[in-house]
Write a new protein. Structure first.
Length: 240
């Protein structure tokens, strides 16, 4: 009888705890605060602020499709297959000219093909999202602009070290599936962050300051906005 009483008591307390968490997730910003509304995801107690962002979002991210020059096409993107530097998709060191951005959770070898008889300019804008085919893995977003020339009739491979937008989902290294080319984000706080970063020399910043970029995307993912304490870190990035 005593065990049954303890079990019922624990069950009641657990129910109250879950109810409290769900109530907290449904709070809106209608009380005059600057914090945006936090909608409730019925399948998860973690709020989803933007489609394709957050631990509990399984929707496709929203934004503007990337427009590529005629004759230039996206081939595929996947986590670097090897550390053997002779391989086209080997993991690239930081000083390698084929390595872009400074994120760490979504590291992809990205391939584009030029099927014309003339070189073409490839520009991947900051805010571009690569979407994991495995919905339990993180989507990645570029914080830095990538601009390369793709020679005629050639396929190029570049490593993109992107920032994650899906909290505690698996990193790209844990995913056995590849990634698709997604849109350029239209999420307002992300666009504000990217506009700010366009004037900064990210690669010259100390790692501890660079980390502010990943923290900022994490803020957008989990809170729907960037905290003032995170902006304080970002403001220490050197100007171009």
């Amino acid at each position: 009888m005593k065990r049954k009483y303890v079990f019922l008591l624990k069950s009641a307390l657990y129910g109250l705890l879950i109810t409290g968490i769900l109530s907290a997730c449904s709070k809106s910003g209608g009380d005059g605060s600057d914090e945006p509304e936090e909608p409730v995801n019925t399948d998860c107690i973690v709020p989803v602020h933007f489609k394709g962002w957050g631990t509990c979002s399984y929707d496709a991210p929203e934004g503007t499709p990337l427009s590529l020059p005629k004759g230039l096409s996206f081939v595929w993107a996947e986590h670097p297959r090897t550390f053997d530097q002779k391989d086209s998709c080997a993991y690239k060191d930081e000083d390698d000219p084929h390595r872009w951005d400074v994120g760490s959770h979504v590291t992809l070898c990205v391939s584009f093909k030029n099927s014309t008889n003339a070189p073409l300019n490839l520009v991947l804008p900051p805010g571009l999202i690569f979407v994991s085919r495995d919905q339990e893995s993180q989507n990645g977003i570029l914080a830095m602009r990538v601009a390369v020339t793709v020679p005629a009739n050639t396929t190029v491979y570049n490593q993109l070290n992107m920032h994650c937008i899906n909290g505690s989902k698996s990193t790209s290294g844990d995913s056995k599936l590849n990634y698709t080319l997604g849109p350029v984000t239209n999420v307002k706080p992300a666009k504000e962050l990217i506009a700010f970063l366009e004037g900064k020399n990210i690669k010259k910043a100390h790692n501890s300051i660079r980390a502010g970029i990943s923290i900022a995307f994490s803020d957008i993912d989990s809170k729907g906005f960037i905290r003032e304490s995170t902006w304080d870190i970002l403001k220490q990035l050197p100007n171009k």
